[in-house]
Structures are given as C-alpha cells and as structure tokens.
Design a protein. Structure first.
Length: 319
C-alpha cells in the first residue's frame, strides 16, 4: 500500500513543480509537440510527460478558421453527465449568431458521439480536457493549444454557470467594444474585493497586446482549490491588469445594483437583469445561498424573451 501512495505523492509533487521549473513558452511548446507526436517518445511517456507539464487533453474538433480580425469566445463547460444541456446549446447558438467563433472546452468526457454532434455546429473547435483548474484552466488550455488566439480582435471568456443570454449578445459586445476600456465584464461584484465576474469577460486588442495580460495568463496554474482560483484569478485579474496600465469597465457597475460585499447576481438578481445583464446565475436557482425570493423567476426570465422551460429541464436533472 505504501508504494502506490508514495508514487502518487511523488507524481503530484512533480506535477506541481514542473510548470514552475520550465519557462512557460517552452512548456507550452513542449506540450503541443508531445500531443502532436513530434517528440521522439512512445505514446505512453508522451502522455505522462504532457500531463505533468500541464494536463491531459484531446482536440476533438481542431480550430481551422483564421482568428485575426475575429471575435473569439472560449467557452468552458462542465456537465457531470457529459451532456450538452439545452440551455448550453441555446447559449452556443447565440454566441454564433453574434458573429463570434466559439472554442468549447469541456472538462467531462462527452457521454456519446451524439452529444458531441449537438455542440459541433456552433463551435469552431472543441477540446476535451482533464477536470482540474476550473474555468481559468480551460481558457488557459485553449490558449496553450492555439496561441494564435492572442491575435484575434476580441477574446471573450465565458462558461456554462449562467442561463441566457436574455438580450442581444451582439449588441452588448458592440456596446462594450465602443466603451473607453481595455477589458470588461458583464457584472461587477463587491464580494471579497471589487472585480468583474468571470462568467463573461472581454479583452480588446489593447489588452491582448499588453504584457500584463500575457503575464497573467502565463502564471495560471491548474489549482485544485476553488477558493485559491477565485482569489488569485477571478478577483486578481482586475488588479493585475490595472497594475499594467489597463482600464476595465462593467456593463452593470457594482455601485448600480450591489451593496458592500455583495454579489449582484446572487443578492440583487432582479435589479441586475433590469440594469442590462443578459444572464441569470445557475447557482441562484439551484442553491439560492442568500435566500432570495425566487417564486416569480419563470415570469421574470420570460419577460426578457427567454424560454423558462430550458432552465426547468436543467434543474430537474439535478433534483
């Protein structure tokens, strides 16, 4: 029993140390070459070394479209059953309708080929990866595999933790592209420390060209601790980019809807929607951590033109 445990601990220690021992540029290049079979190693050692340097992943649909001059959305998805839920399909279709290329990164294997086929029409690329590091790990994996994404017109980070969009997504991105900022989010939260919530973030060319953004991405590690990910990456992103001279903005600023130490999507969900947010948090309806009055949520989302049946079907799967 001791030998397997020692081996597992040694591998965990090596895995946590290797990314810091190897410069990011060389690590990313090595991981890509290992996955492409360009290094003189057999398949077993290739996958083992790649997993130590980053994480195990598979490109199910490769990115073949040019990204220069395009808006590209990196969409992080996790479904415990490996299903592409109807509300996610609706979201992906709206991303496509807004003129964006979508790179989907799933951290759970697709339950069947039919599930993959459901998402494929809306995605320029689909990646399946090991479930570690949450959404920032997924977005970083896409950038590792396709470094050309740094050269797109606008890069967007999104995930499946929200229902929507309940407004025209293209109109929102056009509005924020015209705003005097380098990066932006949908909502600003005062929980922990003022920050833009990571369920939807946008980065313009001025941000993508900056060393502050590149350095921030390069230092992302595949952490297992959710609190550390939130504090270091979601909350830490705004501070890191502002230190680099970049300016951020929220579609719905925190002072408009949220009080001190409040998360507007959980404490003031009606006000946040009314102020222009197109999204409703999944956590709000599944957990309601702050005991909000939710009895009228179907009527509220329907008033914004969103089908509440999409939400109801998803919620039934987890009851």
């Amino acid at each position: 029993m001791m030998l397997p445990r020692l081996k597992a601990r040694s591998e965990a220690l090596l895995r946590s140390a290797l990314p810091w021992m190897v410069p990011t540029h060389f690590r990313d290049q090595a991981v890509r070459q290992l996955h492409d079979g360009l290094l003189p190693l057999s398949l077993g050692p290739q996958r083992w070394l790649s997993r130590q340097l980053w994480c195990d992943y598979r490109v199910l649909i490769p990115l073949q479209q040019p990204v220069v001059g395009r808006q590209v959305c990196l969409f992080a998805m996790y479904d415990r059953d490996g299903i592409v839920d109807d509300y996610v399909l609706c979201y992906l279709s709206k991303i496509q309708a807004a003129g964006m290329l979508c790179v989907l990164v799933a951290t759970r294997p697709f339950a069947s080929k039919s599930e993959l086929k459901k998402a494929a029409p809306f995605c320029a690329a689909i990646i399946e990866r090991e479930n570690i590091g949450l959404d920032f790990g997924s977005w970083r994996t896409a950038l590792l595999i396709y470094p050309e994404l740094y050269h797109c017109q606008t890069l967007l980070f999104a995930n499946d933790s929200v229902y929507g969009p309940m407004r025209d997504l293209g109109g929102i991105t056009r509005k924020m592209l015209a705003a005097p900022c380098d990066f932006w989010g949908i909502t600003e939260s005062f929980e922990v420390y003022p920050h833009y919530q990571s369920y939807f973030l946008g980065f313009k060319r001025s941000a993508l060209d900056s060393q502050a953004f590149i350095r921030f991405q390069q230092r992302i590690a595949l952490l297992a601790d959710k609190r550390k990910i939130i504090d270091g990456y979601e909350v830490g992103l705004v501070a890191a980019l502002r230190r680099g001279g970049l300016w951020g903005q929220a579609l719905v600023p925190g002072h408009c809807v949220a009080g001190p130490q409040q998360n507007p999507t959980l404490h003031r969900w009606r006000e946040t929607l009314a102020a222009g947010s197109p999204f409703l948090k999944v956590q709000l309806l599944r957990e309601n951590p702050h005991q909000q009055q939710l009895s009228d949520w179907p009527a509220v989302v329907a008033s914004y033109g969103y089908d509440p049946a999409l939400i109801e079907r998803h919620l039934r799967r987890f009851r």
